[in-house]
Each structure stands twice: as structure tokens, then as C-alpha cells.
Design a protein around this ligand. Structure first.
Ligand code: HEC
Length: 152
């Protein structure tokens, strides 16, 4: 990763100013792709758990546990790398993110904490506790989206 970045910085200086804007833009798009992939990964794990909690599909403790594990692991990714300053581009990220960076990071931390708790609760197989903790985890996604993600 670091090497790739250094190489692109070198490329920019080699190619001169005309193409540097395009390359810088590609860098931002790379970051947007990264964060959106991470978010899509969360959705991948959250959706089946949500379906079980809502009773759309039968509750299956082992399957739920595997989804909660996946989410907790994915939440350890440092998504802040995907939010270089001002990288709104053609995304749903709101500029307010960078005016409230510490708050944004703490909202991410909350999500990580609740996802890890969900993993622990899911391992117990206690359906009622699992459903309650799933709700708390989902709220941390919503609380960040409400403030920092624009509606399509
Ligand atoms: C700290 C803030 C934050 C947290 C926590 C967060 N998100 Fe997001 N999410 C965002 C932002 C900002 C965007 C818009 C990113 C963009 O468009 O580039 C987004 C976008 C998304 C998208 C759309 C991705 C795309 O391809 O456009 C999905 C799906 C998503 N989030 C799911 C989740 C789920 C599920 C959780 C909880 C497990 C979660 N997010 C937690 C900030 C957050």
C-alpha cells in the first residue's frame, strides 16, 4: 500500500501538472471505492441478521453467530483511510465529516464496540439478548448515516 502510494506520487511528479489532477482524482476515487466496499461488506453481514431479527427468515443461532463474527472482523478495518480530507467526489459522504472528524471517528468506534459485543452475545445463543444487541448495533450505523451520509 505505502509503496503504491509513493509510486503514484512519483508518477505525478514525472508526468507533470497536466495529468497530475487526473491521477489525484483517481486516488480519491480509490479511497471512495475502499470505503464503499467496506460499507457494502457491513451490509452483507447485517442484512441476514436483520432478516432473522425481523422474522423474515427463521432464526438460526449458528448462522447468526457466523454473520456477527464476520461483522466484528470487518469492523476492525480502519475505514478512516477511505475518507481523505474533503473526498466527497460523487459519493454520499457529506462535507460535514471533515468539520467534525473526531465525532465521525467516535461514531465509527461505537459501531466497532457494538459489533464486538454482538459477536460475544451471538456466541451465547440467547435469542432475546441477541436481538436486543443487534438493534443497538444497527443504531450505530444509522446514527452515523443520519449525520454524515446524504440521501440518494
Ligand atoms: C462513522 C460513520 C459510519 C458508520 C458507523 C457506518 N457508516 Fe455506512 N456509510 C457512511 C458514509 C459516510 C457513507 C457514504 C460513503 C460514500 O458514499 O462514499 C456510508 C455508506 C454506506 C453504504 C452504501 C455504500 C455504497 O456503495 O454507496 C452502506 C450499504 C452502508 N454505509 C452500510 C453501513 C452499515 C451496515 C453500517 C453498520 C454496521 C454502517 N454503514 C456504519 C458512514 C458510516
Amino acid at each position: 500500500m505505502k509503496k503504491g502510494l509513493l509510486q503514484s506520487v512519483m508518477m505525478i511528479s514525472l508526468l507533470g501538472t497536466a495529468s497530475s489532477a487526473a491521477l489525484a482524482e483517481e486516488g480519491i476515487q480509490g479511497a471512495i471505492d475502499f470505503r464503499e466496499s467496506v460499507m457494502t461488506t457491513y451490509k452483507w453481514y447485517m442484512d441476514p441478521m436483520g432478516a432473522m431479527v425481523k422474522g423474515k427468515i427463521p432464526f438460526d443461532a449458528a448462522f447468526f453467530k457466523s454473520r456477527a463474527e464476520g461483522l466484528a472482523n470487518a469492523s476492525r478495518l480502519d475505514v478512516s483511510e477511505g475518507f481523505p480530507k474533503g473526498s466527497v467526489g460523487e459519493s454520499e459522504a457529506k462535507p460535514e465529516i471533515w468539520d467534525n472528524w473526531d465525532d465521525f471517528l467516535s461514531k465509527y468506534q461505537n459501531m466497532q464496540d457494538e459489533a464486538v459485543k454482538l459477536q460475544q452475545v451471538a456466541a451465547t445463543g440467547d435469542e432475546a439478548a441477541i436481538k436486543a444487541q443487534f438493534g443497538k448495533t444497527g443504531e450505530t450505523c444509522g446514527s452515523c448515516h443520519k449525520k454524515y451520509r446524504s440521501k440518494k
